[in-house]
Write a protein that binds this ligand. Sequence first.
Ligand code: PLP
Length: 424
Amino acid sequence: MKKQESSRQNLTPPAEPEGILLRDAFPILTRKVYGKPLVYLDNGATTQKPHCVIDAITEEYLNVNANVHRGVHYLSQEATRLYEEARETVRAFINARSTSEVIFTRGTTESINLVAATFGEAFMHEGDEVIVTEMEHHSNIVPWQLLQARKGIVLKVCPITDDGLLDLDALPKLFSPRTRLLACTHVSNVLGTVNPVREIIQMAHAHDVPVLIDAAQSVPHMPVDVQALDCDFLAFSGHKVYGPTGIGVLYGKEQWLDKMPPYMGGGEMIGKVSFERTTFNVLPYKFEAGTPDYVAARGLAVALDFVRFIGMDRIAAFEHELGTYAYEQLMQIEGMHIYGPGPSPVISFNLAAHGDGSSFIHHLDLGTLLDRLGIAVRTGHHCAEPLMHRLGIEGTVRASLALYNTKDDIDALVKGINRVRQMF
Ligand code: PLP
């Protein structure tokens, strides 16, 4: 415990969620690329890590490292306590009822695959239906397609409107007596659309259909309360919320998790093992086979403490304001085409190559040229190819904001885009 306190002393919250103090917490932001100051605008893909997270990871390897849940010795017990404290931090952060409902995974992708495999195993049969939306990340499409191939389930897709919103008139018509689950993103990683998940969950529950929320792009940006949402499952990734890579969370209501079979077999997830019969551990361990990434779990807990200390409401307000500034500045660029319903910390765009707007500068060219100016943005289909098809494009450039971005970052992006424009 002493060790954990010492690392948490490094967690110095800024007075305001903008500016130098906060940027100082993130050492990588001072580095240069191509001799130019780094302007990091690829936070939707992954966020940078504050000192306190880096310190917690280093400190755990320096002072604590031992396998969890396995040893009677001091270090193992200390590592186990820190791991379970991390679970409690996650529980409190998303307001789950119990730590039994918090499963550590490698990330959003693994969390969704876990549900598709085990909920699918327990509750789905040939002809049963899963509803997803047209704006899902591949990690909330392909696991269901794998289940489709295994069990013959049917995938139904809720369309989006031309404004980039979920078509809430179409959604009710997709429910049938065979609907077993609705799996939907909270925030689109391409359009920035914030889906009305509370309403959607209420609609699904009225049909006795449980709901999985992909919260990869919401947990880093806004308060998320699983009890207030009343979602049945929720998945997010540590690395998108200033935590380490290789760690994520699946929240699931105990009533479902209890009835689902294990995902993987191995150490820790068992009760008793014999060649004749094996029994399984209680929740959440039933779903955590093998040595977990206990170091990353601690790093995630410190990251969640970091954002909680700043305040998720403040982060949301700050990022909305910065997103609005970015949107307004980008819209002034000639030939700019922004996708999605409006200002958000996630802005996907293309830039016309010709005055008549007949074609776009290839997103890869635009992204590569911005990179040479020190500006890191994402290019491509953003793991959302069906959405790209719907938009009639192959890809976009995406600038995605985090709590350490500033108006200077946006101004650098706008200046960079204008420079590229002049080249074409
Ligand atoms: N869902 C959404 C909406 C995402 O944006 C991402 C990553 O970009 C994922 C899922 C997958 O997250 P991970 O690769 O951390 O599992």
